[in-house]
Ligand binder design. Structure first.
Ligand SMILES: C[S@@+](CC[C@H](N)C(=O)[O-])C[C@H]1O[C@@H](n2cnc3c(N)ncnc32)[C@H](O)[C@@H]1O
Length: 236
């Protein structure tokens, strides 16, 4: 489905009814309830807007009319920026946590965002999105949550069009150059109560290639002056 020229369009709308069911394709992630979101609220300022999200959207380079998917959109720090560039296109914001979706829906009540950001329940491994619809997809600081990265990459390949751009950015809080290094103390998240899976760029490269992507970039670099792992893919 490509409704670039058909008014405000949304690639998630067929599956999103209110606080929707994540009945996407293939994989069903574990339950993620309201309580699971509480730990994020202390980080609300960063999740509201952030330089790294602005920079990620600049890398994604959204164009007028495009259909985008923000995977693990959280409170929408990326989606809110991306929607400004796409004219009559739309952003589908996928997140498993109801608290995140609720806040993002509230942010979408502004006339400039209304109907242009579609907030849906789902995970990277299972998105309630039709096949072959997205011009670009991105995930900022969400990749480390994906339980099954190989399945997630297959799912991202399913929902994107040939030639689509895919960007994953993960801030590296364990890098002493990161300004929040002291705060997180080089913590590798092992002791946190949320799931954390470290990012192996070589493995990502291999899984992305298998899933049907060309790997344009997979490296440790700086984005918005912060140490990150940056992965840029192009769907074959
Ligand atoms: C650290 S937050 C980042 C949110 C947002 N992208 C940002 O940069 O502000 C990580 C987000 O990933 C979501 N998440 C957790 N597991 C996920 C999964 N398997 N697939 C997609 N998103 C997931 C969480 O609910 C959370 O909103």
């Amino acid at each position: 489905m490509n409704r670039r020229h058909g008014g405000h369009s949304s690639i998630g709308e067929a599956d999103d009814h209110g606080d929707d069911e994540a009945d996407g394709h293939g994989h069903h992630g574990p339950e993620r309830g309201w309580l699971a979101g509480f730990r994020y609220f202390k980080l609300v300022r960063k999740f509201w807007r952030s330089e790294v999200n602005n920079a990620v959207i600049a890398i994604v380079d959204p164009r007028p009319g495009e259909q985008l998917i923000d995977i693990g959109a959280g409170m929408g720090a990326g989606a809110i920026v991306a929607v400004k560039d796409i004219g009559r296109g739309s952003v589908t914001a996928v997140d498993p946590l109801p608290g995140m979706r609720l806040l993002l829906r509230a942010r979408c009540l502004l006339p400039t965002r209304w109907g242009r950001i579609k907030v849906v329940r789902g995970t990277a491994e299972s998105m309630p999105v039709p096949s072959g619809v997205a011009d670009a997809a991105y995930a900022t600081n969400a990749l480390h949550h994906f339980d099954d990265k190989a399945a997630a990459l297959v799912e991202v390949a399913r929902v994107t069009k040939p030639g689509a751009r895919v960007v994953f950015v993960e801030e590296q809080f364990t890098d002493p150059r990161h300004p929040s290094y002291e705060r997180f103390g080089g913590d590798d998240h092992e002791s946190h109560d949320h799931r954390f899976h470290s990012i192996d760029l070589g493995a990502m490269d291999e899984m992305a290639t298998t899933a049907g992507f060309n790997v344009d970039q997979a490296e440790d670099t700086l984005v918005a002056g912060l140490p990150v792992k940056l992965i840029r893919l192009r769907r074959n």
